[in-house]
Every structure is written in structure tokens, then in C-alpha cells.
Design a protein around this ligand. Sequence first.
Ligand code: ATP
Length: 325
Amino acid sequence: MMNGKPKIIGVLTSGGDAPGMNAAVRAVVRTAIKRDIRVLGITNGYNGLINGEVIEMDLRKVSSLLHRGGTLLKTARCKEFRTKEGQLKAYEVCKEMGIEGLVVIGGDGSFRGAKALSDLGVPTVGIPGTIDNDIASTDYTIGFYTALNTVVDAIDRLRDTSESHNRCSVVEVMGHGAGHLALYSSIAGGGTSCWINEVDFDVEKDIIQKMKRTLRTGKHNFVIIVSEGITDIHALAKEIEAKTGVESRATVLGHIQRGGSPAAYDRLLASRMGYHAVEVLEQGIGDRVIVVRGDVIGDMDITEALNMTKKADPIMIAINETINI
Ligand code: ATP
């Protein structure tokens, strides 16, 4: 979709928050202003767009924002925007406010919304922001590496106490059905076993027998990583304790994984993607998502991106199974 260079663009964050969303907003605002494009920040995701909740984004608004977690613009899920009526309302708001291009920072659902707006005539570009790294078109999403650091830090702490007490720690990691965060955490944190949806997993073989073998070698502490939504980890901890005799504790890391100052990698990714998104909109192009592949930033058609599927990396699975004995 091609229009002319926009005079005003909007930026919003949508779906689950992720560290680095602020850095992406900052990059969008600074790049656009540098190119004489005015930026309106839309608060509360698509809800805010439908209700006309906008704030002027000047250079000052985004100063001291780079290192802050969460999202200054707030984020939300919006049922109404899933309907044609809701999308038309949002389109009318864009027309009223003179918004001729929009950057949407969020996940796949947010990109579906972006596609709908592009179809209505507001060129819209998506930037992948989610800790789950479950967007197929891009190698990495903004927030993933920060969440990974948070999880690994938590695993290290749990390991300290598990070692002291000869315990087994069962840790639930977020992922929204995808195992990327759990798998990477297991490799970086040295999980005894890692249970994700993408692998065939048998509790008896992959946890109980493995622990029993390891106990015979003199090691008495364990970290079992489970991707969220697979099983009740409290019940799993009880089962492990009953079958191995190793005292076991369950920890659901929960929303701690979503907060915190973004890691340097996420700040870089957000800055690069925000810059690229404005470059695309500046050419009057919409209906695109920004991606990173092999450390090269690019963009692709939203529909094509949404039709892609992403599996857990088989090499990472093999590495985890080989190294974490
Ligand atoms: P996360 O992966 O972090 O949950 P997400 O962007 O996938 O992020 P969703 O809740 O799926 O999160 O979507 C965010 C918002 O995008 C929804 O609340 C809704 O307003 C809009 N949206 C989702 N799917 C569609 C769709 N098919 N059509 C139009 N808008 C949609």
C-alpha cells in the first residue's frame, strides 16, 4: 500500500507489555521528528485509538525513556477493535486527527489489527514486541532477551537455595503456548529438564528417571523448567518428591518476567526497528511488519508474516538435551 509522505503519524503499544516497548516508541518519535513528521502517541492500544486518546509526542516526552520497562503509552486488549465497526471508528479518529500513518508495537494479534487499518486506508506498520518471541517472521522480538535475563537470574537464585537444601526446584516460565523463553532459559540457566509443548515429553523418562540417575552420581539438586499452560507445576513438584524422595518446590515466575529495564540487546533492537518503521512509513508504505533476520533489519508484508509459523529451534532443543544432563 503506497500513499505520500505522512505529515502526522501515530504510535501505539498493544497486547502484552514487553521491556523495550518504550525504547521503540522513543526511536519512532525521534526519527519522525528529525524528518519533519509530527507524532501523536495513542494511549491504551486500540481502545485509545477508538476513543481518540492521543498525546503530542515531542522530543521531551521521550527523554529518559530508553531504559524504562513497561510502556509509557500503556497497553490494552480491545474487543471492539476486532469488529468492523470498531475498526471504522478508529479509522474515523485517524482521519479527524490527520494521522496518515501508524506504528503498532505488539504481537500477532496487534498485527491483525494493523492489517485491518491498512486495508481501510491508514498505512500501518507493525513492530514485534513480546517477551514470548512467538512471532514467526522475525528471529527476535523486543522484550525476549530482557525476559530471558530475568528468568535466568531467577533460576540462578533458585539454584542457590536448592543446592543448599538438596532440593528440586520446578519453575514455570511464560510463553503463551510457545516454548522459546523456557528453552532458552533452560540452556542459559542449566535446567535438568525442560518441558515445552514443542517436544515429546514423558515425566517418568524425562524427569524421574533422569533425576534418579543423577542422584546416583552424587548430585542432589535439580531445576526443572516448564513452559506455562502445560501442567500444574505444584502437582508436578509433589509427584517428583513422591517418586524420587527429593524435596521439591514449585515457583511460578509470573509477571516478574514482563517487567524491568530492557537489556542492551532489546534497546538496540527497539531503536533499530523504530527507526526502520518510520523509514517505511515515510515512503508512504503501510501493511508491513518490521523483522530482524540474521541481525539484518527488514520489513515484510503483514499477511505473509502472519501466515508464517515458528517452531522451537531444533538445534536449541538438541543443545539443551545434550548439555543439560
Ligand atoms: P501478545 O502476544 O503479547 O499477547 P498480541 O498483540 O498478540 O500480543 P492480542 O491480545 O492477541 O495480543 O491482540 C491485541 C489486540 O489486537 C486485541 O485486543 C485486539 O484489539 C487486536 N486484534 C487482535 N486480533 C485481531 C483481529 N483478528 N482483527 C483486528 N484486531 C485484532
